[in-house]
Design a protein around this ligand. Structure first.
Ligand code: N7H
Length: 488
């Protein structure tokens, strides 16, 4: 229980949220910042606070009261540069955090070019400035002009997450942060996340329900059938049960936060599904298109897993928490893609029995991550839908937590999603790229097994439907570390 008051709240349980701002900041004056941050600590939300808040929300719902319970959560995390500015040069024991995401952009498969001194310069978006969710990416002649530019770079010392039930609540949180930290920071840019309206709440911009499967930390979350239970140290640094890396004592009860700004080309995605339906005898063409989308993900838009309902959506299954995650690609499916392609997004990012069985139980655990993303940007406009062309920026403000960036996010992205030979020991030598997030430095991607009747055949995806606009790696310290190590 003491630890739950010490671990920041977004990491394990996540903020309950309709809206979330990401305030990327630069420290202007280290001494002033350390003084000001001390004043902000009482407003930082712990895991214990979130536990209580979630209970209050449940009670509020049960009482039949109208509207959402007002709630604001605030967390803070630092890049390696930010820590250095505060005079903290301890080695946190994570090579990728130390190098930063920019240093890993090419290895992650991001698009870019090599400059005259041989350095890789990714095509990341210009520092998003203020209003990322409304930027119109079309010029006066109607051409798509992405703001490819010098990225996040060195300016970002940290990020403050402010989440809540409404834009007003989050604005109040932002005001508080801005008031307390004052001129000790400069906002580099702010990303405004927002869940989608009406029935689409919880669904990301391609229309698929997100946030169904995550690893369980039994003592805090309990677990449901099919959920993988990890030792707490897989997510929380310095907890020996699961984290064996040597770290400074103050790094206990922290977690590495990976942020990725992932643009989604929704009209282009929908057009591709429309043009390339899965062909099954007796299945109408539009349902074949829907099936292709489901085979990209491994789940239907409702969230129902195709491993359990391969040819048609099953909204009842989707809603049933005892069943909607209870499958593992074992048995017939281990070597067969009739139900679920080997390369489907959820199979690439959590291969379940593809790894547990042949390689011995436990191989999977170090690579489990806690996802806490939110969508950004407006709904597709009628004009975009008509022209099958993205004109307004939208996508996923992707966030995940882990105790080890190399073993967590980077392993999933590089060794699984981008690795065409993964999962191994299958009926096809090259399952291909994860169709959602697999990256090939901007080149076309092959995916096997999308067509049920030609499982060895490949489908070529000519473009990436998810485009990396950059990101950064942060460390989310414990609340006690904020009090002792990071403030004065
Ligand atoms: Fe993915 N989506 O929002 O539609 N993801 N993801 N993801 N993802 C999952 O089970 C999506 C991304 C994982 O345990 C679902 O919660 C989109 C990255 C993992 O079965 C859906 C983008 C990484 C899982 C999406 C995106 C991951 C997972 C199914 C990019 C890591 C759990 C719902 C724009 C490198 C797998 C669910 C499991 C599931 C979506 C990105 C990882 C619908 C659109 C970058 C580990």
């Amino acid at each position: 229980p003491q630890d739950l008051q010490d671990v920041q709240g977004d990491i394990i349980l996540g903020f309950p949220k309709r809206t979330e701002d990401f305030i990327f900041f630069n420290i202007q004056n280290a001494a002033a910042f350390k003084r000001d941050l001390k004043q902000l600590i009482p407003a930082i939300t712990s895991t214990a606070d979130i536990q209580k808040l979630r209970k209050d929300i449940d009670d509020h719902k049960k009482s039949g009261k109208h509207g959402l319970l007002k709630a604001v959560g605030i967390n803070i995390a630092f890049s390696v540069k930010g820590l250095e500015k505060l005079g903290i040069t301890d080695d946190l024991g994570d090579a990728s955090f130390k190098k930063g995401q920019l240093g890993n952009a090419s290895a992650l498969g991001d698009t870019g070019k090599t400059d005259s001194s041989g350095n890789f310069v990714p095509d990341w978006l210009e520092p998003f400035k203020n209003e990322i969710d409304g930027v119109i990416l079309t010029d006066s002649s109607g051409n798509f002009v992405p703001d490819w530019l010098e990225p996040f770079k060195n300016e970002i010392d940290g990020v403050i997450l402010v989440a809540g039930d409404s834009r007003e609540s989050v604005q109040e949180g932002d005001n508080k942060v801005e008031h307390v930290l004052g001129n000790s920071i400069k906002e580099v840019f702010k990303v405004k996340g927002q869940t989608r309206p009406g029935k689409e709440k919880g669904h990301e911009h391609f229309g698929f329900l997100d946030g169904i499967s995550s690893p369980a930390i039994d003592a805090v979350t309990g677990h449901l059938p099919g959920q993988i239970v990890v030792p707490p140290g897989v997510i929380i640094t310095g907890v020996t049960d699961g984290d064996s890396v040597a770290r400074p004592a103050w790094a206990k009860n922290g977690s590495f936060l990976v942020y990725r700004q992932l643009q989604q080309l929704v009209p282009e995605f929908n057009k591709f599904l429309h043009d390339n339906p899965v062909v099954v005898d007796g299945l109408p063409r539009d349902q074949g298109s829907e099936l292709l989308g489901a085979r990209f993900f491994g789940r239907w838009k409702s969230g129902a897993p195709i491993e359990l309902s391969p040819l048609k959506d099953d909204p009842e299954l989707a809603k049933d928490k005892q069943r909607n995650n209870n499958f593992d690609f074992s048995g017939e499916s281990f070597n067969d893609q009739t139900k679920c392609p080997f390369a489907a997004h959820i199979r690439k990012t959590n291969p379940r029995a593809d790894l547990l069985q042949p390689f011995g139980s436990g191989a999977l655990l170090p690579h489990m991550i806690m996802r806490k993303s939110i969508t950004y940007g407006p709904e597709v406009t009628p004009e975009e839908a008509k022209e099958n062309k993205t004109k307004v920026d939208r996508g996923l403000a992707f966030v995940c937590y882990q105790s080890n960036v190399v073993q967590g996010f980077e392993f999933v992205q590089e060794s699984w999603s981008n690795n065409t030979k993964f999962p191994p020991q299958k009926s096809v030598a090259q399952p291909g790229f994860d169709p959602i997030i697999g990256q090939n430095n901007g080149q076309a991607r092959e995916v096997a097994g999308l067509q049920i009747n030609n499982q060895a055949g490949n489908t070529t995806l000519p473009i990436e439907f998810v485009v990396s606009k950059g990101g950064a790696y942060f460390f989310t310290p414990s609340i006690s570390a904020l009090k002792t190590k990071l403030t004065a």
